[in-house]
Ligand binder design. Structure first.
Ligand code: TYD
Length: 132
């Protein structure tokens, strides 16, 4: 089974343009406790390099594109995120890396929990060991 799970958001379009609405426990599969965004990426930067014990996230690329690497300790997959209506759903215990940010790329991340540094697994060897 693929680690890459997409959520397709319905675009409410009319002659004026487009609109997407995000609602917790409706088209977003959890209560949204936190929203953050990633922007002004330094050229060539890579981010992430961590997993979480208890955190679900929905990632939307609002502008430009970037590549996500997802890894469950056994399988590693890469996916390009480049759509406002096709979001990446990352469940608990998935190692993620982000790279190949296009100039001006903006990611918006919806999270199921408040920020908690203690929930992070930032060492890949620890992640591999725990994921066995
Ligand atoms: P981090 O999660 O390591 O960023 P990324 O996964 O994009 O590489 O977070 C970077 C810094 O920002 C780190 O010092 C923690 C802080 N931070 C918060 O204070 N609140 C948050 O919601 C997030 C996601 C990060």
């Amino acid at each position: 089974m693929s680690l890459v799970k997409f959520i397709d958001f319905e675009i409410k379009g009319d002659e004026r343009g487009s609109l997407i609405s995000l609602e917790g426990n409706k088209n977003v599969p959890f209560d949204i406790k936190r929203v953050y965004y990633i922007f002004d990426n330094v050229p060539g930067v890579q981010r992430g390099f961590h997993a979480h014990h208890n955190l679900k996230q929905v990632v939307i690329c609002m502008h430009g594109e970037c590549t996500f690497v997802l890894d469950n300790g056994k399988v590693r997959e890469e996916v390009i995120l480049n759509s406002k209506s096709k979001a990446l759903y990352i469940e608990d215990f998935i190692w993620r890396e982000m790279k190949n940010f296009s100039p001006g790329a903006v990611l918006v991340v919806l999270a199921s929990e408040y920020y908690d540094e203690a929930d992070y697994i930032r060492n890949y060897e620890d992640f591999k060991r725990i994921s066995k």
